[in-house]
Design a protein around this ligand. Structure first.
Ligand SMILES: Nc1ncnc2c1ncn2[C@@H]1O[C@H](COP(=O)(O)OP(=O)(O)OP(=O)(O)O)[C@@H](O)[C@H]1O
Ligand SMILES: [Mg+2]
Length: 229
């Protein structure tokens, strides 16, 4: 693929769910292009389908139809094994509720994608330490999640999301459980990652300040995407 091709290209994407034997259309016609290093915010009211769209982008779920190309690969044609590998190496995830393993240390949590990716133990521990240092948690390598504040836990989750150096990070309301100053820190770290490493970031948010910091905003309304202010 050429350097000018977007990293992600989605068009005509649609998805419905089966609820009580009836089809509930959630995404009707969604289109989205994201370039390398671009930071795009997705906004829309609760239930509009933001997480559903993010799950498609992150290869966690399949659309019913439409075009979906990621990093030059038509992912609609991939079998489950190849989708899982592409998800592990190409995409990093950050969620509102952190999703850390409670009984494991910060370092072990950061290393999870590298374990799945077959990175040798010595290398992954060294890389995990560097990542924790880069998010300001050098002194919390052996802390368990319950010993960390919400903001610190989210920084561990961010380090984990970056551990395979993915082309794209997907964040679903990553600052929803944090106070204003801590939200800003997390958003700053996502922006630094985009600017310095060329990582694309797609972030779902209800917070105007987070959306305003993105390069571009897309709204979902009645199952359709449109550019937002
Ligand atoms: N697996 C599922 N089965 C049935 N319905 C679903 C499923 N997943 C999502 N939905 C429905 O799809 C709609 C969109 O849900 P989604 O979680 O994408 O919304 P959202 O925009 O992320 O909302 P919020 O801002 O509250 O997180 C909702 O009506 C939800 O009930
Ligand atoms: Mg959601």
């Amino acid at each position: 693929m050429g350097a000018s091709d977007p990293l992600l290209r989605i068009s005509g994407l649609h998805k419905s769910f089966s609820v009580d034997g009836r089809r509930l259309p959630v995404l009707v016609d969604c289109a989205l292009e994201v370039g390398r290093g671009e930071v795009v915010a997705i906004v829309g009211r609760s239930g509009s389908g933001k997480s559903t769209l993010l799950n498609m982008i992150g290869l966690l779920d399949r659309a019913d139809g439409g075009e979906h190309v990621f990093d030059g690969v038509d992912v609609t044609r991939l079998g489950e094994g190849r989708r899982a590998r592409l998800r592990n190496t190409g995409v990093g995830f950050v969620f509102q509720t952190f999703h850390l393993l409670e009984r494991r240390t910060a370092l072990a949590n950061v290393c999870v994608p590298m374990v799945l990716g077959g990175v040798p133990a010595v290398r992954r521990r060294a890389h995990g330490r560097r990542l924790l240092e880069s998010v300001g948690l050098r002194d919390r390598v052996t802390s368990r999640p319950h010993q960390l504040s919400g903001g610190e836990q989210q920084r561990v989750a961010l380090a984990r999301a970056l551990s395979m150096d993915p082309a794209m990070v997907l964040a679903d309301e990553p600052t929803g459980a944090l106070d204003g100053a801590t939200s800003e820190q997390i958003m700053d770290q996502l922006l630094v990652q985009a600017r310095t490493r060329g990582t694309a970031v797609v972030i779902v948010t209800h917070e105007p300040s987070v959306a305003a910091a993105a390069d571009r905003r897309i709204a979902i309304e009645e199952g359709r995407t449109r550019p937002a202010e």
